[in-house]
Each structure stands twice: as structure tokens, then as C-alpha cells.
Design a protein around this ligand. Sequence first.
Ligand SMILES: [Zn+2]
Length: 365
Amino acid sequence: MSRNKKSSRWGEGLLPGLAVLMVLLGAGRAEAILTPNAQHDFSERIMDVASWAVDGFAPIEVQARRRTSVRMLAKRFGSPADEIRRLNGLGKGDEPERGTMLLLIPRRHPRHERHHVHLAHLGETFESVAWAYKVCVDDLVSWNWRVDARRLKVGTALRIHRERRRCDRRSGHLDYWTRLGSGPGYRVRTPSRAWGTKTLIHTLRRALVSTHQAYPDAPRLQVGDISHNHGGPIARHLSHRVGRDVDVGYYIKTPIGTDDHDITWRFQVATPETLEPEKTWHLISELLQSGKIKVILMDYELQGALYRYALSQGVSERRLRWIFQYPKGYGTGGMLQHYPGHADHFHVRVRCQPDEEDDCEEDSE
Ligand SMILES: [Zn+2]
């Protein structure tokens, strides 16, 4: 079928950019523009004039609305009025009837730059699309508020207003959120819940990798929830809303089910007897040395096991006092704080960083 051949040639050749566009010009007074690739039932006319493309502009069809006039179309699309009349069999002084499909060869697309449509492909996230178009993730989310940002599906059409200013740090978050992927020595349990601020992700990743380098044979550590992309409420947690919290498992002596394919892999309760203090201490001290940590929530008894190990390694008493509540007692000061429910994982929170002040908010544990 020659008709199909022609239409696919348009899609690939003349104006690839235009081919992905389904442009809707504003509301009310504007026309709906259908492009050759929009899987519309085009009339034979448009197929016939495929070869008429002018300066790389492919013909398009426009549906006339109530007040559409030839002059208006000529102005909007930069095509000569005579040409529009000739293509559509309109005599001098005739105006198109409402609802008729008009053929024209636009020399410009006045507004298509504003409403570009991007079709999501495999592996894309709001963040990566925003990055590609140099727009803010927040803006992208608001232009596409019907789309669930956490579950971007392949083929989802995302609207992108291309005339928007570039994203800056204060309004942006473009530099602010990132996702932790599984890496050497650790596994991320739920990738969709592994979004956090760059400060948290970088600090955590550095500490995990350093621990893996020191103990390459250690079983892979499990990293639990951080946040959804751009935060917000998250099931089973009071915090984890702002990308600055993460749950991490303990190194224990007899871990079970650390296989990647084991879906039952869960945090396992550690006791002072089963905890691997050496590896856990390495990880905790790497985190603390970053200077980015606000607090780490850890069971008091497990603090005791770590404390005894750190003491045996010659850590100064002053530093021990700064780090541990143990043996000062529950409720005392320390970077490690006892909190119920933290015997099978510890919870790390990073502080607000100076460059995040505007965005950074404290929420309660
Ligand atoms: Zn937590």
C-alpha cells in the first residue's frame, strides 16, 4: 500500500521531531493539529501532497474551529494565504466551515515548542527525562500530574513545556534527588523506595563500598527503604518522607537467604551475640566520619556490643561518649540513639546541608 509507505517515510524522514508531536494549540480558539505520524485516519489529500513538503516542513491537517479564518491560519503557521486557499479549494473571500479538515504546509509551528510530548522509554524516570530536557523535576511532575511519578510506564506521554527556564538548584531538586542502586557488597531491597538526597545517597554509598573493600567476603548487606522519588508519605514508616533517612541491615554471623532471587530476604534480628561488630563498626564509623549524619537509631543492646568492640580497638573515651548512649543509659546523648524496633536494622538520618536549606525540613521519626 503506497499510502502506508508514504506515511512511514514522513515519520522517519522529513521532520522526525514533528512526527512525535501531537500538538494541541491552546484552548478554545485554536485548531487541533494532526501530524502524519499520529495514527490518525488521514484523508487521501494529505497523502497526495507528501511530496510538496517545503523546506522540510511536512503538510499537516488542521481542523477548523468556529472562528478559524484563512488569514488567521496564514499568520499562525506562516503559510501564504493563497496557498491555503489553493490546497483547500477555497475561493477568494471564502472562509473554512467549522469542523472541516484543512490542509496546510506550515512554515513554522508557533507553539509546538511549548507542548512537546515525550514518550517514556524503558528505564526512564521523571528525573532522567527532566535532566534530558533541562527542566525541573517538580515542573515536569506538575505538567503531568495525572501520571504517577513513581510508576512511569513505557510509552507514557509526558508533556514538556520547552520554553520554561532552565532548572536551578533552589526551585529545582534536579541536583537534589537521586536513587541508590545495588552495588558491591550491598543490595537495595526496593528500588522504587531507594530515592534520597544526593547527600544521603553519596554518603551511604561511600560507606557501603568502603566496608565492602575492607571485607570483600562479607555477605551482602541489605539496604531497606529510603524514600519515594521526591518523598512524601511512605507505607510502614513515620519518617522516610524527605529523602534523608535510610534503613540498613546489620552484619550478622549467620545470615540466611542473601541470594538475589530470594524474595523472602528480610532484615534479620541481630543480638549482641550474633552481631558482627567489626564490620558493623567499620560501616558506622565511615558514616560518622562523613560529618553528614544527624543521628543513627540503633538498639541499645547492640550499641553495647559495638561499644565493647570500639573500646578494644582503642577508640578514645571522648569519642565513644560522643557516639554511644551505652553505657550512659537510655535517653542520654549520643550519635547512636536507642529507638524501639531497631534490632534488625539501623536507621540513618543525614542533616540538612547548607545548600539544601530552602528544601530541607525536619520531620519527626
Ligand atoms: Zn527507618
